[in-house]
Design a binder for this molecule. Sequence first.
Ligand code: 5AD
Ligand code: SF4
Length: 467
Amino acid sequence: MSFRDKQLTEKEKAGILRAAEAVKQINGGKRQRVFVRTFGCQQNEADSEKILGMAVNMGYVPTEDADIADLIVINTCAVREHAEKKALSVIGQYKHCKRRKPELVIAVCGCMVSQLHRTDELKNKYPYVDFTFGTSDIHLFPQLLEERLKGGKRSFTLPPDEPAVAENIPIHRLSSYRAWVSIMYGCNNFCSYCIVPYVRGRERSRCPEEVIKEVRGLVEAGYKEITLLGQNVNSYGRDCSFDCNFSELLRRLDKIDGEWILRFMTSHPKDASFELIDVIAGSKHIAHQFHLPAQSGSDPVLKKMNRVYTREKYMEIMNYIKAKMPDCVITTDIIVGFPGETDEDFEKTLDLLSSVRYDMVFSFIYSPRKGTPAASMEQVPEEVKGVRMKKLLDLQTEIASELSAPYGGRRLRVLCCGRSQTDEGMLEGRTEGNKTVLFEGDASLEGRFVDVEVTQAGAFVLRGKLI
Ligand code: 5AD
Ligand code: SF4
């Protein structure tokens, strides 16, 4: 399919605008409130900002109180079973809101509702849910809402086989200094444990001019930190005929003047080229930070995961990153207890952690996902998974403490992100490498770069004082 084929048609675009106007008319100028609850990854957070953007465009005012909302949207995640259970239980809580206010509209979107068994479940067991829409159908939200407000049937559509890339959806950004920019959607990799390719469809890249326009606009509007998003950002452009791969996109974005930091996530080791690392190392704005999910340190497990790289290949990239950027903050994702993982396989993962010495590891206990190949492989008992997880966390805490220790006494430039969620009274800052630093100061510093001297270097959090 060519890039052009993937854009919305003029007719589709006109349909969206017409529906948005129609919703305004139906609500007749009455003050309406929208509440959006988000589960899952940054891509979902970015999608929720689009849903809010469209809702605001239709005359709704965002609220953080579901009890007073006229429209509730629950944006779900399906990557692990726990995330789905949590979303279902939260949807259940909104039943009472509907009982109190029958005209309330409840919509469910995101990865969970792109699975037939879940839409069936919502249709049959959650009669107060009005409609669902998948991640590639976000732009249809105004039309679905209009239909329902006009008294149409409840609707539970599954995503199309060949979804489009919808540009110019209004975005209601929740921060005035940190922004998400989706650069591609979907994933082609089919790692054997992962539900994402089934629920988010094949890779679709946005055109580079659109991405550059959006980022430039954000920098001009004063945004200080911009994170490019995609399930597999470094395969950007592969699905299209335009002549711009991910390294080239970064090169072009880095030319945008201003005081700002560029981040991206998530990368796949198979597409992490030396060229990409060279671009980051030689850039002005791209953070010296690399999140590169390894998933396992054992070749037989990597093979069963369909990760298409070996540990040796992964280490080659790591060594290149470290040689080019000794200050680079390196993080990863690890799955513990993948089907068939033996003690020996797991030891190899621990050994990978010791060899790479990651600043941070996001570790997940394997969770079988219906319809994925790994779900029908021989499973590791839950107790074994638990014991392994604890071992991994202990080792990583030790490594992270050792890596943090030299930060003591250092002066760091951090972006102040307001009050800390974990330690009230303290401000939270993010270093270029995305490490958290807590320090005392005035909340008015939020959204500004400040210099901090580290007074205490813990494994996960640095503490410091303003200079
Ligand atoms: N079980 C556990 N963890 C998973 N991940 C993806 N699918 C699963 C699963 N079925 C993890 C991977 C991925 C991260 C976002 O979530 O480590 O990188
Ligand atoms: Fe899932 Fe693998 Fe795609 Fe990441 S690269 S979203 S883990 S299938």
